[in-house]
Design a protein around this ligand. Sequence first.
Ligand SMILES: *Cc1c(COP(=O)(O)O)cnc(C)c1O
Length: 372
Amino acid sequence: MDNIKSKNILVTRSSLPPFNEFVEKIKPLWDTAKLTNMGELHKELESELKRYLQVDNITLFVNGHLTLELLIQAMNLTGEVITTPYTFASTTHAIIRNGLDPIFCDINKDNYTIDTNKIEQLITNRTSAILPVHVYGQVCDVNTIQEIAKRNNLKVIYDAAHAFGVKKDGVPIGNFGDASMFSFHATKVFNTIEGGAAVYHDENLNTILYQLKNFGIMSQVDVEEVGINAKMNEFQAAMGLCNLKYLDREIKRRKYLVEIYREKLKRINGIRIIPEQEGVESNYAYFPIIIESNEYGLDRDQLSKKLESYHIYPRKYFFPLISEFNCYKDKFNSNLTPIAKNISRKVLTLPLYTKLKEEEVEFICDIIGKRK
Ligand SMILES: *Cc1c(COP(=O)(O)O)cnc(C)c1O
């Protein structure tokens, strides 16, 4: 039996299928020697994911970031893109690396997604799209965003890196907006080691996305686009196919652990738990808490240090804001998104993964409950 008190508990731990199942899945590759370039496993995963996510169109990529970069390129966005600074570096980098200007909108204080009351005041004649983030798997206000986009003739691309498998009012998350990006990075709810997928309504994007991830090559003699290499290989696809079989069970396990967290933390003064969204079937990807230091007695950094002294390593996820990164801080002003700034200074994301034990969750909650 592991001794909880001496074992490191990290914020996450990658899901792995039984070793033998992975070996069985990759065995045929030793006969075909076809390791990449959209092989059999790639095709199989693409159709399995299309079914699991219940979307019209899907294209797989080597990672989530390049998925987003190439989606932006394929959809010919121009000028300015409205997004939030309360996300992972990738979201803003993808806009900038396409030569576009990110315009930061604040988040709402209830679920940390884009504040739809503040979007329209940021629209100019250069705005081409809105790029909101379903942060922690919390669903953005998709209906209002759709209305704003329609009224102003804008495209909508969701960063759904955290939202694999989430549904809102029974509608699978990948159906909102014009397109969404998923990440299958090792730390995400569903992983292909590294990987990603674009899902979208316009079937004309199939060809262009396929070209862009393969250097823009159409045939041996035709190169049509300034593409890049962003193909998912067969080993990644094999990992995805094996992991997908266990996903529903894993999400159930996450839900169970989150319920323990909620139950044990709800009575602690100064600890705010993200509310459950009505009508949303969650994937329980992350468990962030907000520490109100005046009520709780310790601030976020002090609580984080305290947990670390017990070998528990939560993450300040998302801190700092993207607009505060060294590479961006001269260009943007984080005071213009005060709620995002405030939340980023109070948030702590607690350990959550399927192999985490109930006793470990209880232990973490007990330490938080002690305050001192
Ligand atoms: C993980 C993540 C990405 C990037 O995905 P990768 O697969 O790691 O390239 C983009 N946006 C958000 C919000 C993420 O969490």
